[in-house]
Unconditional design. Sequence first.
Length: 321
Amino acid sequence: MVTTAIAHPMQALVKYHGLKDWKLRIPFHDSISVNVDALWTKTSVEFGDFKQDYIEINNKPVQGDAFQRCLVVVNRVRELAGIENKVKVTSANSIDYADAKGLGFSSSGGAALAAATFKAARPDEKYGLDLRLISRIARRLAGSASRSVAGEYARWYAGKDDESSYAEKIATKSDLDLGMVVVPLPSDVRTEEAHSEVMSSPFLEARIKSACTRVEKMETAIRSGDLERVAALAEVDSLELHGLTMTGKHGLIAYKPESIQVMGEIRKMRQEGIPAYFSMQTGPSVFINTYPERIVEVQQRIEALGLKTISARVGDEVKIV
């Protein structure tokens, strides 16, 4: 039986950076994100008497490191289900920005792969899935995938081992109806490279302390529906995140000139009374957080710079379809 899951990528509001356990992908501190409804990954999984495991993303066979990272999820499910069958995986993203970085497709890809693989291996399990367990499995591909599993507003508890490092939903779109404008930008910087770089930053300990404080403030702001407080905290967190990357051993700069241009335009908008705040992950792509009724206005300002945009709202948890 072929099982298919759909998951939305997330925008990290309080990001994690670096890992204290690279094998299990356990971070130094908790983090919080919101799923993005306009983007998604759809993944189909089938176990059978195939000659070998096969994984395809956006109509292209996956090989090398990416193949091995996907197999970490598949092998964990095989271990839990007690099966040895080979697997066929086909996955596709809603839009193929192959060179855009920081859109979070590794999160939706990991979430959809974990959910579909688990359901395909355990078809007798009635869905809803155990999303806490699925978040732990998805985490092994990409840490942010654990939050993508939980959906809407999710908190990933860093924990200290596999069982205690999981994500759960902390609020819904009814608690805070957030509008987002996404500006996808290309980059050759790999997320793994950025995570590795921060380990040599002299400001890592300060970042961990700061993020631990900010994550509590962020959850409080989300639960109270304080959109501008949430957006402002995410903006500060983004600047801090990239500051950490730039102060690592190799001085890695993930910004693009267009990233700076967008951030400047956003601050100009705020001076004009338009409530807009930027947020960035480990790549150059920019998320702009605002009120839903201001999305079109913000889009028009960014597109006037000659850049592509995607409008979005709060996305749901992973689903079997």
